[in-house]
Design a protein around this ligand. Structure first.
Ligand code: PLP
Length: 334
């Protein structure tokens, strides 16, 4: 099958670009120095390729991702890099207790420490706020939370600090800001004990010198928004679409908001000019090639990889024009 013969809209991964991205990252963060974040691709088939490349430990953002990775035999060392309570914590504990995976939970409060212990989770990282106003405790509270976790019978592997506010920073202070975030996280480690410092991502892969393991995910597939900030990695994910209406000044593709993550802006139409996107359509101005006939295949490059992938059931893997594999997006949902 050739790529333009796929039913559209179809997510397409360029295997050579993907492999190059994986190799570039592995040269700086080899083996378990990298803890790839599966949230960016939600596919055990893709994760298995990273595992085969030596990256055997993974980050997950949802319990569903942990469950799916464990069921696929990719549970050597799974970190839920996110806080959970209630039924979600219980499900995470069930994976840990089943022995299907080594499970570590991020915790940042009494409630999440207690929920982890009650669920039978035995290992945690203390999640520390290093500048992103999201999860992560006050660094001054990290030692106390670690003591509480140990009192409840859990092992504290170390700390997590995700400097997400700096992934897309480009200014002259980026290096210093990443270092300052690292100083906060490292100081917290001195209070918590343990030897893991988990943090970083695609946007700080070449600046973060304080994480013992980098949590990058987007680098595998990339998108038009991220590639400006981390140009070492190439956009490997595109959406194959078809012209379904052709007018003198514009064309319409059969791919809209329900096939494209749009929170980072408009996608890029290869050979055209994206005007706007609606539920099931993308309207674009003709490029240099001029007006295209109804039925013409057109490639679109997404602006945000994570939500784009999550809209699809599978990725079609291509080498050149030939479809050589299919990777189910089997870790969707929560
Ligand atoms: C906790 C955490 N770690 C790491 C990442 C890094 O991901 P990326 O490589 O996409 O920047 C993310 C992305 O949002 C995240 O939420």
């Amino acid at each position: 099958v050739l790529v333009h013969e796929l039913p559209t809209p179809a997510l397409v991964v360029d295997l050579d670009r993907f492999d190059a991205n994986v190799a570039t990252m592995a040269a700086r963060w080899p083996g378990t120095r990298l803890r790839p974040h599966v949230k960016a691709f939600k596919s055990t088939a893709l994760a298995r390729r990273l595992h085969d490349a030596g990256h055997t430990a993974f980050c997950c953002a949802t319990v569903r991702e942990v469950e799916g990775m464990a069921a696929a035999g990719l549970g050597d060392d799974l970190l839920l890099a996110n806080e959970v309570v209630g039924p979600a914590a219980e499900r995470l504990g069930a994976v840990a207790r089943s022995g299907a995976a080594r499970v570590t939970a991020a915790v940042d409060s009494d409630a999440t420490v207690d929920a982890a212990a009650a669920a039978g989770i035995t290992e945690v990282l203390i999640d520390v706020d290093c500048g992103l106003p999201r999860c992560g405790c006050d660094p001054a509270d990290a030692g106390r939370l670690a003591d509480r976790a140990r009192r409840l019978g859990m092992a504290v592997r170390g700390v997590m600090g995700y400097e997400g506010h700096l992934m897309r920073a480009d200014g002259a202070t980026k290096q210093d800001d990443v270092a300052a975030a690292g100083a906060v996280v490292r100081a917290a480690l001195a209070e918590t004990g343990g030897d893991v410092v988990s943090g970083g991502g695609t946007g700080t892969w070449d600046l973060n010198d304080w994480a013992t393991e980098l949590q990058a995910g987007s680098y595998c597939l990339m998108d038009t928004e991220y590639v400006d900030h981390s140009p070492a990695f190439a956009t490997a994910l595109t959406l194959q679409a078809t012209v379904v209406s052709s007018r003198p000044a514009w064309g319409v593709l059969d791919a809209g908001l329900k096939a494209l993550g749009m929170d980072h802006g408009d996608p890029t139409v290869v050979g055209g000019d994206c005007w706007f996107v609606s539920d099931e359509h993308l309207t674009f101005g003709w490029g240099e090639a001029g007006r295209l006939a109804v039925g013409t295949p057109v490639r679109v490059v997404p602006a945000h990889v994570d939500p784009t992938v999550a809209y699809h059931e599978r990725m079609h893997v291509v080498r050149g024009e030939e479809v050589v594999d299919q990777w189910p997006v089997d870790l969707r949902g929560w």
